[in-house]
Write a protein that binds this ligand. Structure first.
Ligand code: SAH
Ligand code: SF4
Ligand code: F3S
Length: 435
């Protein structure tokens, strides 16, 4: 038998890239590759990249600089760039970085096996098509090997929303939903391999239309799978939260009480300039409906500060929205100019102003996150245990609300959902005891 070739894959960006990386490893498995966790001994290195902000894209070039040293030592090493930077700048990367052998976009990585063969023949391979065929048809079934208790499952890709700041509609293409039969089959395979919690992924996952009854219809069918205990989904757009999905949060026990619902800004003027197609009042009304259905739901959001034209008052409006909504979790970013997006044409705000605003916003959000976490102390929550902790005898899992929870517990709780009483709240996690 020939020695398996070693593939190292480094993943940047969103959960969809995490999912894609898994599928790329599986696709190259057929060419004799197994995944390794260090670049040093690899025969092939893939960078699965993110283009969402300038810094994210720059990282790729600096990483390629480091990888060149490995290739100097091992000239047989093959280096590939996948993901959203590959899609947006593949040709430039090929020109700028001779160390790169392969460029593959997010919609064409099912062609990796052929591309790898071309690379082994000494060619440089580029594929950033948006092919007619569905890559998921070509990809193998998910392997049956035992997996961890949680998994991502992409159900929808691409975006037609065209927010004025965002590259996703260009790097991932138009919104496409996978047929529900395929998703149900993939979910059943994952559960058979030991998965207990599935997070459905899409850039606009609640725009899913592969089921007659939308994402809620899909969730209800998934909930019928024995052995699947928890369902989550991300990322949602406020304009696609329909009544059925909100009702599912009230009535579907397997659907977890956590919702990531980015609003980006609390100023109507900025929301309009961002092309978000909703107002701050629309968002408030929506949050009221969601909390009416599921009062304990933990709400998460994304915010951008320093969008072109953002005044002190606009920024105050965002702080005010945050105070009114009260987030249990949040992600916030300085606006980053992305070439080719409409907002890139507008005059930009000074960097130090954006820094100040980001700091103020993050202080407020951190306060809210801490309060939400501290509020768990004394409560009993359900925890799905995922792995051993750093301390001996300790196991780590996630609560229904997605807080990390450390518990002294036997290792066989891995993969089980157990009731835990929360006894302490530290910086980024909770401590509890089994009930
Ligand atoms: N589809 C999701 C996620 C998009 S990317 C959604 O619509 O919410 C994740 C987050 O990155 C966005 O929610 C936004 O807050 C941030 N983001 C996107 N483009 C950005 C840019 N040009 N500058 C700064 N942050 C950006
Ligand atoms: Fe980007 Fe807006 Fe689409 Fe989200 S909804 S992926 S922010 S264009
Ligand atoms: Fe980044 Fe592409 Fe995801 S740009 S956030 S990896 S869709």
């Amino acid at each position: 038998m020939t020695e398996p070739k070693k593939l190292f894959i480094k993943t940047y960006g969103c959960q969809m890239n995490v999912y894609d990386s898994e599928r790329m490893v599986e696709a190259l498995g057929g060419n004799g590759y197994t995944q390794v966790d260090s670049a040093d001994k690899a025969d092939m290195i893939l960078l699965n990249t993110c283009h969402i902000r300038e810094k994210a894209a720059e990282k790729v070039y600096s990483e390629l600089g480091r990888l060149k040293e490995l290739k100097d030592v091992n000239p047989d090493l093959k280096i590939g760039v996948a993901g959203c930077v590959a899609q947006a700048e593949g040709k430039e990367i090929m020109a700028r970085a001779p160390v790169v052998d392969l460029i593959v976009g997010p919609q064409s990585y099912h062609r990796l096996p052929q591309m790898e063969k071309a690379v082994q023949r000494g060619e440089r391979a580029v594929d950033t098509d948006f092919p007619e065929e569905d890559k998921f048809d070509t990809l193998n079934k998910r392997p049956r090997a035992t997996r961890g208790p949680t998994a991502f499952l992409t159900v929808q890709e691409g975006c037609d929303k065209f927010c004025a700041f965002c590259v996703v509609p260009y790097t991932r293409g138009a919104e496409v939903s996978r047929p529900k039969e395929r998703i149900l089959r993939e979910a059943a395979d994952l559960v058979a391999a030991g998965v207990r919690e599935i997070t459905l992924l899409g850039q606009n996952v609640n725009a899913y239309h592969g089921h007659d009854e939308g994402l809620a219809g899909l969730i209800w069918e998934l909930a019928d799978i024995d052995g699947l205990e928890r369902i989550r989904f991300t990322t949602s757009h406020p304009n696609d939260m329909d009544d059925e999905l909100i009702n599912a949060h009230a009535t579907c026990e397997k659907l977890m009480p956590y919702l990531h619902l980015p609003v980006q800004s609390g100023s109507d003027k900025i929301l309009k300039a961002m092309n978000r197609k909703h107002t701050r009042d629309d968002y408030f009304r929506l949050i009221d409906r969601i909390r009416g259905a599921r009062p304990d739901l933990l709400l998460s959001g994304d915010f951008i500060v320093g969008f072109p034209g953002e005044t002190d008052q606009d920024f105050e409006d965002t702080l005010d929205l945050i105070r009114q909504v009260n987030y249990g979790q949040a992600y916030s970013f300085k606006y980053s100019t992305r070439p080719g997006t409409p907002a890139a044409e507008k005059p930009q705000l000074p960097d130090d102003l954006m820094d100040d605003r980001l700091q103020e916003l993050q202080a407020l959000l951190t306060q809210q996150q801490r309060a939400a976490q501290d509020g768990m102390v004394g409560r009993e929550v359900k925890v799905l245990f995922e792995k051993a902790g750093r301390m001996p005898g300790q196991m780590i899992g996630k609560s229904d609300y997605l807080h990390a929870v450390y518990v002294e517990a036997p290792t066989d709780v891995k993969g089980q959902v157990r009731t835990v009483r929360i006894v302490e709240s530290s910086r980024n996690s909770l401590g509890g005891v089994l009930v």
